[in-house]
Design a protein around this ligand. Structure first.
Ligand SMILES: *[C@@H]1O[C@H](CO)[C@@H](O)[C@H](O)[C@H]1NC(C)=O
Ligand SMILES: *[C@@H]1O[C@H](CO)[C@@H](O)[C@H](O)[C@H]1NC(C)=O
Ligand SMILES: *[C@@H]1O[C@H](CO)[C@@H](O)[C@H](O)[C@H]1NC(C)=O
Ligand SMILES: *[C@@H]1O[C@H](CO)[C@@H](O)[C@H](O)[C@H]1NC(C)=O
Length: 498
């Protein structure tokens, strides 16, 4: 008996040590590219590694990102935009060309660890009407066939990121979950197909959007550690909407005979600006508890094994469509430049580290000229509108970080965002002589007048990546040692029982 305990003790110590040494065993996130001035990919890859991310999801097969991810030790899910589905569905030849150029090429020539292909993105969103309903499944089948043809059938899995609106429950209880009736047959075919190919289902869950969509939604319930009244479903008390939503899917799967289908969370997060509920406090509260769950390996009441969770998103993107709302450009856990927005513990007390080596345009801003106070209000309004159409004014709205500016600063903010978006070009700070350039930071906390990233100066500016790769290999060795010790302990235990 003494020996058994001894072995188990070592086993646990080694596991614990691995965790402590590395901080986190692995986080996953979405890397979006819809910025007017994207961070250089090599800086992003170092940002990911420095913060313990070992999985990343891309929305398109961006060459810069895929090359920079080569030999990084980061596993990649690469996306296919919806507008490519029709062509990929029309024949396996197109899918083969896509896989050759956007998957095989990066695996063989750049050492990029591509593990999955996300075919389409939320194709069944009600807003799309039925635009992708007939092409999504054939596109998935053709991509899968092309992956097999390329000899990647085992290594790379095809999946479809789905919005959580593909399932519902009439009772409001997760146990009542079922797939939307008009999608039921198609969903069954897709899930069967994914299962036959050893794949997984990908689902995006947004407590923030659930809250936005329904004014009577109990806000506390959108968070993890909350004061909300639990939702009692048989023997389970749901304390937050994330678990309830996830388990609605699990119920729908169980009812359809796919209770063991692996599920990955493709997107989940909380924005920091552009809406009264989108702020630093709420985002920190939500994302910190989410990270805690990931680090602790916590599942949901109906499925104890935790899914992979891709946080949405890595940084803010100033070129995203604002159709869903102004918050859409502010989902980042980092700022647009990889800077820290708010501190997060990414596991065992490890704090976030910002992007390093980012180059900025000159330290100057465009503001409303102090002498332009008595100008024609129409000209001013038109100038602001023009600036905001081309720049990013999503922080100016009610309840946003710059929502309390006076009219003059408000105009300055609009002029500056335009000026920065236009690379601080001389002609971009005029507005009928209403605007002037200043070197005095006009920021009025919490409202920040940003300076844009200089995408020209970045080219040769990057030192070689740090050696995190090696230490993660060391960690694998540690886990191996732990496993071997564990197996030895087990063997010993079994022998002593016989
Ligand atoms: C991927 O490959 C196809 C070739 O089929 C090409 O046309 C496409 O633009 C490539 N890139 C992306 C980002 O999908
Ligand atoms: C949430 O609660 C759990 C358990 O009570 C705790 O371990 C965790 O630290 C809390 N997280 C936050 C962000 O307060
Ligand atoms: C500030 O500018 C925005 C964007 O044009 C506008 O919606 C808002 O009403 C303005 N606020 C003030 C105080 O002028
Ligand atoms: C800003 O500069 C970058 C790098 O030279 C360029 O790619 C981009 O098109 C420029 N943007 C504008 C609006 O001129």
């Amino acid at each position: 008996m003494g020996q058994i305990h001894w072995f188990l003790f070592i086993f646990l110590c080694l596991l614990g040590h691995g965790e402590l040494a590395e901080g986190v065993s692995g986080l996953a996130c979405n890397w979006g590219l819809q910025s007017t001035h994207p961070l250089p990919p090599d800086i992003v890859v170092r940002l990911l590694k420095g913060n313990g991310f070992n999985k990343v999801k891309l929305f398109e097969a961006d060459p810069g990102a895929l090359k920079a991810l080569g030999k990084s030790g980061i596993q990649v899910m690469v996306g296919i935009p919806n507008d490519m589905l029709a062509s990929l569905a029309s024949g396996v030849g197109n899918a083969k060309a896509w896989v050759q150029q956007n998957v095989s090429n990066y695996i063989s020539n750049h050492g990029t660890d591509i593990r999955s292909v996300a075919v389409g993105n939320e194709p069944f969103l009600r807003d799309y009407k039925d635009r992708f309903v007939s092409t999504i499944f054939p596109a998935l089948q053709n991509i899968q066939a092309a992956l097999i043809k390329a000899g990647l059938g085992k290594q790379v899995k095809a999946t479809i990121p789905l919005n959580a609106d593909v399932y519902q429950t009439d009772s409001g209880l997760p146990s009542g979950g079922y797939f939307r009736p008009e999608l039921q047959n198609l969903m069954m075919n897709i899930i069967k197909f994914l299962q036959n190919n050893g794949g997984f289902l990908t689902i995006n869950i947004y407590p923030f959007l659930s809250m936005q969509a329904d004014p009577s939604f109990p806000k506390e319930y959108a968070f993890f550690n909350n004061t909300a009244k639990p939702l009692v479903d048989g023997s389970i008390a749901y304390t937050n909407v994330y678990d309830a939503n996830f388990d609605t899917l699990i119920s729908a799967l169980e009812k359809s005979g796919f209770g063991h289908m692996p599920v990955v969370i493709g997107e989940v997060g909380w924005p920091t600006d552009g809406d009264p509920s989108a702020n630093i406090d709420n985002a920190k509260r939500f994302n910190q508890a989410l990270l805690d769950r990931i680090v602790q390996g916590q599942g949901s009441p109906r499925r104890r094994t935790p899914p992979d969770v891709y946080i949405f998103s890595l940084f803010d993107e100033d070129h995203k469509s604002t159709l869903p709302g102004n918050f859409e450009r502010h989902w980042g856990i980092f700022k647009y430049d990889g800077g820290i927005k708010y501190p997060l513990d990414t596991g065992n007390g490890r704090t976030m580290v910002p992007a390093k080596g980012v180059k900025y345009l000159a330290r100057q801003w465009c503001v409303m000229s102090p002498s332009a106070g008595v100008s024609d209000p129409n000209t001013l309004a038109q100038s602001i509108t023009y600036a905001c159409e081309n720049g990013d004014c999503t922080s100016l709205g009610y309840g946003s970080s710059c929502g309390n500016l006076d009219a003059q600063s408000n105009a300055s903010y609009a002029f500056n965002t335009y000026f920065q978006t236009m690379n601080q070009s001389k002609g971009a700070c005029n507005f009928n002589n209403l605007a002037v350039i200043t070197t005095v930071d006009p920021s009025k906390p919490p409202c920040r007048f940003e300076i844009m990233i200089d995408t020209r100066k970045q080219k040769k500016a990057s030192p070689p990546p740090p050696t995190v790769y090696r230490s993660s290999a060391a960690k694998i060795d540690g886990v191996f040692a732990a496993l071997i010790m564990g197996i030895m302990g087990l063997v010993y235990m079994l022998r002593s029982l016989i």
